[in-house]
Ligand binder design. Structure first.
Ligand SMILES: [Zn+2]
Length: 476
């Protein structure tokens, strides 16, 4: 047990999937030709005026509702001043003193224990463009397609105590924004990104230690590893009698370590002030009521339905609800008649294995809920064994064939013919006299050896319950 306790807070930036940008009508889309989605407003030309996209306000409010926060129906945009080539206005439009949302929370479960994580605030802001540094060239390029796209920043309280808790919190937020339909949550494209503030203090101490801010965390795995590394690094510094320096550190995934980027002395003074070009953001009572009434179902209530109504174990329900696409898939397959627990077994076992191996995302799968429902059925009614199901699953993932017709076409149906099974058992008994003696002498655990041999003899197609029964009968 470490003598230190870690204190972690996260700042999460979520890209909102509105059709147009935050203050102009340029398309808010990813992957287009550089500088094609740009106008005078998002290019920061003088003399132009921003006009707020109210859809972004709705999306931000939906997130605020989801975390039980106080919603400021009147909030204010502010200018955050700094100079960087990918930000042509020379300031970012953000919210400072009067954000859209304050004082929220969400619950996480880690190792069976539930913890409540406070959320300080959610504010809206526009994103910067992107600097591109062509390899081997002495110049850089700027792509302004992303400049002016809408973001929300979700700032947590320093309530997390381990890398696992930080990842659980992030995954929960991620499943919420995707379920709400306000973001695609794509981490590789930077649509869901996070900075972590990490400090440590002696266990039992209530005062906070000096914190560092970690950047460049673009996957759940990087978040976990960077925080773990940083806790160990700070512990070493304190153990050696040193002091942790307040600074921003960059995570290097290749070498799995964090490196100093800038210290507190270099910290910028952003000279925030209310943006004189923008009116206060107002949410009317009618709007708020409508958004509350049309709020999509969140992972938490979904989970409750799965455990209470569909009788899934909590762990299965939680895993399925982490990804809204998987949850939808599961519900459709169960709705088509597949027993919920059987469908969940297929999805969390064979399907996750295939997804992890191929590196595709669940939404790219070709297999249909119809196929998974049918597969659950034919395992359940004994047409095929679970072993055969696992063998043919990679083929079914291609989405070209339905399980039952595939099984029939390839002669894979389970053999439940007791004559055929008895014959195979007799053959195995004859071939293994020593094991037979040992079994009959009391080593009854050898039953699994015989079952294995018979299953192999019958190429995995025998009904396992009948094989068991036949061996017991014939060995006496
Ligand atoms: Zn524009």
């Amino acid at each position: 047990m470490s003598e230190y306790e870690a204190v972690i807070g996260l700042e999460v930036h979520v890209h909102l999937s509105t059709a147009s940008k935050l203050f102009c009508s340029c398309p808010n889309s990813f992957g287009d030709e550089p500088n094609t989605n740009v106008c005078e407003v998002c290019a920061g030309m003088p003399g132009v005026l921003p006009v707020l996209n109210h859809k972004a306000v709705e999306y931000a409010t939906r997130m605020a509702l989801a975390i039980h926060a106080t919603i400021n129906q009147r909030s204010q945009f502010a200018r955050k001043n700094y100079f960087y080539p990918d930000m042509p206005k020379d300031y970012q439009i953000s919210q400072y003193e009067l954000p859209l949302c304050e004082h929220g929370w969400l619950d996480i479960t880690v190792n069976g224990g539930k913890r409540r994580i406070g959320i300080t605030r959610i504010h809206m802001e526009d994103d910067a463009g992107k600097n591109i540094h062509p390899q081997g060239e002495s110049h850089s390029l700027v792509d302004l397609n992303r400049a002016g796209t809408p973001l929300i920043e979700i700032v947590s309280e320093p309530d997390m105590r381990s890398a696992e808790e930080a990842v659980a919190y992030l995954k929960k937020l991620h499943s919420m924004v995707v379920s709400l339909g306000i973001s695609n949550g794509n981490m590789e494209e930077g649509c869901f990104r996070c900075d972590a503030n990490v400090s440590i203090r002696p266990r039992g101490e209530s005062q906070l230690g000096t914190r560092t801010e970690l950047k460049n965390l673009n996957s759940f795995k990087h978040v976990q590893k960077a925080i773990e590394y940083e806790i160990a690094r700070q512990s070493d510094v304190l153990d050696d009698g040193g002091k942790v320096v307040q600074e921003t550190r960059l995570y290097d995934a290749g070498r799995n370590l964090t490196l100093p980027m800038r210290s507190k002395e270099d910290a910028q003074d952003y000279r925030y002030f209310p943006d004189p070009d923008l009116l206060p953001v107002v949410i009317t009572d009618e709007e708020l009521q409508e958004w509350i009434a049309t709020q999509p179902e969140l992972p938490e209530s979904r989970m409750q339905r799965y455990t209470a109504d569909m009788k899934l174990p909590e762990q299965d329900a939680e895993q399925l609800c982490e990804d809204p696409f998987l949850a939808e898939f599961f519900e459709r397959a169960a709705h088509l008649g597949g027993k919920p627990k059987k469908v969940a077994n297929i999805m969390l076992g064979m399907m996750m294995r295939e997804i992890n191996q191929s590196g595709i995302s669940p939404s790219e799968m070709r297999i249909t809920p119809e196929a998974v429902s049918e597969l659950a059925d034919i395992i359940d009614n004994g047409t095929i064994s679970a072993k055969i199901a696992a063998d043919i699953f990679p083929e079914l993932m291609k989405g070209e064939e339905m399980p039952l017709s595939y099984v029939k076409a390839h002669g894979l149906a389970q053999v439940s013919d007791s004559g055929a099974i008895d014959a195979a058992v007799q053959k195995i008994i004859a071939a293994n006299p020593e094991e037979v003696r040992a079994y009959q002498g009391g080593k009854t655990k050898l039953i699994s050896f015989f079952v294995g041999q018979v299953m192999r003899e019958m190429r995995g197609k025998a009904n396992p319950a009948m094989v068991n029964e036949s061996i017991r009968k014939l060995l006496g």
